[in-house]
Design a protein around this ligand. Structure first.
Ligand code: 9MR
Length: 840
């Protein structure tokens, strides 16, 4: 009997959730549980699954639970026909004692499919015994609710005894109070010595207050006055902002004191973001499908390969379509799991793999082979590209084969036929897997990423690059032939819908990538004729999986190409960045992301970081430090400078998110499982709070408060591949931006077809720069002829000047100059990279 199978659909339908803690119940309220005390020596009316035998021992109901079951619901003790009254707040409590200590899933739920849960708690019942008490408000009138203790899922046998099971109405629910930490909100990781340093003080004070920066030893090292900002729109709090950017000395364990409150400690350090930049990328290996995750490479995270057709898995090697969609099967094994579910979605995989490839394309020197401890490390290819390829191969496999209907399009997604519950490791997922119909949006994501892969993999694996280019062309043609096949919002059973009924932005992005890679007239014509090309696409919500125009515009501005109006394209990115700076100036939390009416989207943290990326790109293009400083403040927000004082990145900061919604990092539900790996970003505040936990705890929340670090809050606290990608991009930017350098390019002679130029690199930082290497892209088909004071080499449009031993060190404040003759106009390059780092 499938008595209590837990499904996410059930969680979706539930509207009530518990608050743990003391639950004063009025003594007069009647007891709803029959024989909860076992004083009569009998077990009835309690029932169990056939693998358990209940017996009353010393006035308690005891069971020996066999080992080796998989799911919590494989072993149950239950009672039916418990009456619930809609709107009534209940106290549910029980005494439990277990040997050894083991999680017990306590549920009050609908007794039939979809098993809607009105209360779901998973305490770890211990060997000395404890009483567990919860309150919840019933959303339904139900004469026959079920109380269930799900006790399956343990490898080892164990013993559980229960007593004093009680359910009474009239309880008073405790209001939820989030833990917000000190009122001085800082980036809990820290600040770059030469970077901006901003904090936010929550206070009722209306006049400026004094702030003091203290060293780890407690010495005051700087002080100043806060700036009152009034009520902040996205948090509803009265706040002041604090700018301590004038302090530039590195150190560990600083605190900021203001209004009698001391912040969490933080560092001021140049190497602040290196580890996080690596961790944010390492995240992807553990999201891989179709391959065993090695415990040696990721201690604590090893697991068998998921979805390689080993039972109980049913996929992903010969996956059929949903009924009526196609009559072939595809091998779509591999790729990354999208998030906390086991689905794989082309539109979301598309933006994610694009951002990884862009991170590489922006600064290849930052990305070595072996940097991420992958199975492919040591193969001569930068690890970030190995990781990107894992996903790109999957995207290619989603393309409809030649000869089939809609050949060349990409299937929108592949996922389970029905939602599964938590926890569930990928290799244990028993659901049938299905391909969903092709969509124009997925097809254009494939065209865009495959065109980009064709250029970033060229030179590493020319066959793979060529395969991508061919797939990109086929996909583009298929999208043009099928321009309006939209993934419907209704297709959300067993996986997310990722619906999108406007693909003009995907067309633009794909055309941009194809043009940059091929330089072909047809794509240039498409771009120049597209209204998106000249539209103001810099809205305050930023880019996302469903809104990709900015991806195309940014790449046209940054990746070398010969588009006739490229100067205008570059200027438009700067104009977009100015808009984000203006939004930031109005936010006491340094937010560049602030949608209309202060309503935050699902995954708002990625909006914050994607807008920061636009600022970072503007810095790359212009060298204007206002953009750099604006971009870095996006990291301050996600690492703790926010109303909740929450660092949304696992393993970083004093109050970090660690219970992100995931079927396999489900430590909150089963202590044998790990938390997400360090460097995992939570989606963050979501004004629409679609899940029952958030609805119960956060109703009426101001945007920044619409978040709870609870594994069941899938609308505010999920992890995803498309949210970690901007975290990786921005931390890579921040890890390499601290080097203070400027580059001056002077063309001091020209003749028909040629020029001579002088380049001066100045070290404006406090540490010497050693073994310098300066890279840039040559505009307008220029070439380099002869150079002096540096060895200058050209590969494609990319030029590298390398120091000679005698001028390889640049002391702080000093400069080196080298020169070269070239062919072409001698127009100045846009961007210089010193040892992989962008110089202003
Ligand atoms: O990130 C997605 C968000 O933009 C949508 O509003 C939401 C509802 O469709 O879905 C989010 O994506 C989820 C996906 O549907 C399934 N995997 C987990 C994703 C993150 O929560």
């Amino acid at each position: 009997m499938n008595r209590t199978r837990r499904s996410l659909a059930a969680a979706l339908a539930a509207t009530a959730v518990v608050v743990a803690g003391p639950a004063p119940a009025r003594a007069a309220e009647p007891e709803q549980i029959v024989n909860g005390t076992f004083d009569n020596g009998l077990t009835a009316p309690w029932w169990t699954t056939p693998n358990l035998t209940a017996a009353v021992v010393d006035g308690r109901l005891c069971v020996d639970v066999p080992g080796g079951t998989i799911n919590a619901w494989d072993a149950i003790i239950g009672q039916d026909d418990v009456a619930l009254v809609a709107g009534e707040t209940y106290a549910f409590s029980f005494f439990g004692i277990a040997t050894p200590a083991t999680p017990v899933r306590a549920l009050i739920q609908l007794p039939v499919d979809p098993w809607t849960q009105y209360l779901a708690q998973v305490p770890v019942v211990n060997v000395s015994g404890d009483t567990y008490t919860y309150t919840f408000t019933s959303p339904v009138d139900l004469p026959n609710a079920q109380v269930a203790f799900q006790v399956g899922g343990s490898q080892e046998p164990w013993r559980l005894c229960l007593d004093d099971v009680s359910l009474t109405g009239g309880a008073v629910e405790e209001p939820y109070e989030p833990e917000t930490g000190p009122r001085v909100k800082v980036n809990q990781v820290g600040y770059l010595p030469a970077g901006p340093k901003n904090a936010t003080l929550v206070t009722e004070a209306t006049d400026p207050v004094e702030w003091t920066l203290r060293s780890a030893a407690g010495d005051a090292v700087a002080s100043g006055q806060s700036a009152p900002r009034g009520e902040d729109g996205s948090s509803g709090l009265n706040v002041h902002s604090i700018d301590f950017g004038a302090y530039r000395t590195a150190g560990r364990g600083f605190t900021l004191v203001a209004d009698g409150e001391t912040s969490h400690p933080f560092d001021i350090a140049a190497d602040l973001y290196g580890t996080l930049a690596t961790d944010a990328l390492k995240f992807y290996y553990t999201q891989r499908s179709g391959i065993e995750i090695s415990d040696e490479l990721r201690p604590g995270y090893g697991r068998p390969a998921g979805h390689v057709q080993v039972p109980p898995n049913q996929g992903d090697i010969e996956v059929p379509c949903q009924p009526g969609v196609c009559d072939y099967t595809l091998d779509v094994s591999g790729g990354w799991y999208d998030a906390g579910d086991h689905g794989k979605y082309v539109v979301n995989g598309g933006i994610s793999v694009h951002q990884l490839m862009s991170e590489f394309e922006r600064a290849p020197a930052l990305h070595g082979d072996g940097a991420l401890s992958l199975p492919e490390s040591g193969n001569g290819v930068p690890d970030i590209l190995d990781e990107a390829r894992w996903e790109q191969e999957f995207l290619l496999s989603m393309q409809v084969p030649a000869g089939e209907e809609r050949a060349g399009m990409a299937h929108h997604k592949i996922h389970d036929a029905a939602w599964t519950g938590l926890p569930l490791l990928p290799h244990l997922d028993p659901q049938p897997r299905e391909l969903h119909a092709p969509s124009t949006a997925a097809t254009l994501n494939l065209a865009a990423t495959a065109a980009q892969a064709a250029r970033v993999f060229a030179g590493y694996d020319d066959e793979f690059a060529a395969r991508n280019l061919a797939a990109a062309r086929t996909a583009w043609a298929a999208a043009v032939a099928n321009p309006a096949i939209y993934a419907p919002a209704s297709d959300g059973i067993g996986g997310g819908a990722y619906s999108d009924d406007n693909v003009t932005d995907e067309f633009y992005w794909a055309a941009a990538e194809l043009y940059i890679t091929t330089g072909e007239q047809a794509f240039q014509d498409y771009l120049l004729a597209s209204p998106t090309h000249t539209a103001d696409i810099w809205d305050e919500r930023g880019f996302s999986w469903g809104s990709t125009a900015q991806l195309g515009r940014i790449d046209l501005a940054t990746v070398p190409n010969a588009l006739p109006d490229r100067d205008r394209v570059r200027a438009s990115v700067l104009a977009g960045a100015e808009k984000y700076l203006a939004i930031q100036a109005g936010s006491a939390f340094g937010l560049t992301y602030d949608p209309a009416n202060h309503r935050f989207d699902w995954g708002s943290n990625s909006g914050v970081l994607n807008n920061a990326i636009v600022l970072a790109v503007a810095y790359d293009l212009s060298g204007d430090p206002r953009f750099r400083d604006g971009a870095l403040q996006g990291l301050d927000y996600v690492l703790g400078r926010n109303a909740l004082g929450q660092s949304y990145v696992t393993g970083y900061g004093e109050q970090d998110s660690r219970n992100q919604h995931s079927r396999w990092y489900a430590r909150q539900l089963n202590p044998d499982l790990p938390n997400p790996p360090p460097g995992t970003l939570a989606g963050g505040p979501n004004s629409d709070i679609q899940d029952p936990v958030a609805q119960r705890l956060l109703a009426g929340c101001a945007a920044q408060f619409c978040y709870v670090d609870d594994i069941e809050s899938w609308a505010t606290n999920e992890l995803t591949i498309n949210w970690n990608a901007p975290l990786a991009w921005m931390t890579a930017f921040a890890s390499a931006v601290q080097q203070d350098c400027t580059v001056a390019f002077r063309r001091h002679g020209a003749w028909p077809g040629g020029f001579t130029a002088q380049v001066t690199v100045t070290n404006r930082g406090t540490a010497a720069i050693g073994g310098w290497r300066l890279g840039w892209d040559l505009p307008d088909g220029q070439t380099v002829d002869r150079a002096w004071n540096a060895q200058v080499t050209q590969k494609g449009t990319s030029v590298t000047a390398t120091a000679y031993p005698w001028n390889s060190a640049i002391r702080p404040g000093a400069a080196v100059t080298f020169g070269f003759n070239g062919k072409g106009t001698g127009a100045a390059p846009t961007l210089f990279r010193l040892n992989g780092t962008v110089c202003g």
